[in-house]
Ligand binder design. Structure first.
Ligand code: NAD
Length: 353
């Protein structure tokens, strides 16, 4: 049995990683999460009773608490997902992104280095930093792909802070020999996604008969990956990946934002006979709004390295994954209603309402 630290384990992808490890292995998981607005322990209800799962409410900027956690649990692996992750929020207020994504990663690296440098078996530890394809900037051609060699050119405060954290992680490897692996992934979607992001926002607005906002002309292209495929890839990388390497992770599912929204509307049109008043199709709710400043045009990942070297491929196509996702939101109304009305925040205080 190995011990995994998962930072940000109450978030969208982190909770999928925690569920994946608890449900599919015999390993122990320590979820280290500050519980910002994006952290939701209700995403972990199905595994929270496992005696292999422990939650620690800790800010990754708090060095002393991090040192205590390393001494208390002696982890084999750190999977670092804690971050501020929403581009629009980074434009409105970059401070938290600098604090958590850059300073927090630095504090975590230092705590990990302190712990690792005292280990007798230095090969028994890996630090896996989870990052985004947004560090590469955007692509203007229609066939270019981001590879692990693509140079960094981040556009938003979010992607710049993630790029910065990637550089710190590489420097800690090169300078101090800390055994690190980095992954850069494309856009994720799936269950338990906070409803400020495009796909859950579109599903929930449509069900409520509200407008479906699409930035600019909706021509921006993203490469979509089902979150459970990402969780599987991350587990594969941290256990089997080669130290010092970077792996790009993507779904081979490039879609224009407007086509994503239309696909969701088509699925809802099939599933919901009883439509909100005054509409024939959910597509009637689509509304184009002023584009996000600095909006990247196209992201697309070349995921051939992880496929060839570690044998990982996504199980879901966009068509299968988006259908599952819409069904999940229709069947799990209490999870998202408690997010929308703010009552999910009660569980972090033990109020449980
Ligand atoms: P999320 O916003 O859903 O979750 C982030 C989690 O981190 C939350 O639980 C939050 O409480 C926690 N957190 C934030 N600040 C913290 C701090 N200072 N200390 C401890 N915990 C803190 O994010 P996500 O979408 O699950 O993304 C997870 C990681 O994956 C991020 O690093 C992100 O950059 C990366 N990523 C995300 C995507 C995507 O499409 N969502 C794609 C590629 C990479």
């Amino acid at each position: 049995m190995k011990t995994f630290f998962v930072t940000g384990g109450a978030g969208f992808i982190g909770s999928a990683v925690v569920r994946h490890i608890i449900n599919n292995t015999n390993h122990k998981v320590i979820n280290i999460d500050k519980l910002t607005y994006a952290g939701n322990l209700e995403s972990l209800i199905e595994i929270e009773k496992s005696d292999r799962y422990h939650f620690e409410q800790v800010d990754i900027c708090d060095s002393s608490s991090l040192n205590d956690l390393f001494n208390k649990y002696s982890p084999n692996y750190v999977m670092h997902l804690a971050a501020e992750s929403h581009v629009d929020r980074s434009i409105d207020g970059p401070g938290d992104f600098i604090e958590t994504n850059i300073i927090g990663t630095y504090k975590l690296l230092e705590a990990a280095r302190k712990y690792w440098s005292q280990l007798q078996d230095k090969n028994s530890f890996k630090f896996h930093h989870i990052s985004t394809d947004e560090v590469y900037g955007d692509l203007h051609g229609t066939t270019d792909l981001f590879t692990e060699e693509t140079s960094y050119s981040p556009s938003s405060p979010y992607s710049a802070s993630k790029a910065s954290s990637d550089h710190l992680v590489r420097a800690w490897s090169r300078t101090y020999g800390l055994p690190v692996i980095i992954t850069n992934c494309s856009n994720n979607y799936g269950p338990y996604h906070f409803p400020e992001k495009l796909i859950p926002l579109t599903i929930l607005n449509a069900i409520a008969g509200k407008k479906l906002p699409v930035y600019g002309n909706g021509e921006q292209i993203r490469d979509w990956l089902y979150v459970e495929d990402h969780a599987r890839a991350l587990y594969k990388v941290v256990t089997d990946g080669e130290i010092g390497q970077t792996y790009n992770i993507g779904g081979h599912n490039e879609r224009k934002n407007i086509d994503v929204v239309r696909t969701i509307c088509d699925i809802l049109d099939d599933m919901i006979a009883d439509k909100p008043e005054n509409i024939q199709s959910f597509k009637d709710l689509i509304e184009f709004v002023t584009d996000r400043p600095g909006h990247d045009l196209r992201y697309a990942i070349d995921a051939s390295k992880i496929q060839h070297e570690l044998g990982w491929e996504p199980d879901e196509t966009f068509e299968t994954g988006i259908k599952k996702t819409v069904e999940w939101y229709l069947n799990n109304t209490s999870w998202w209603q408690r997010v929308l009305d703010g009552s999910y925040a009660g569980t972090r205080l033990g109020l449980g309402n």
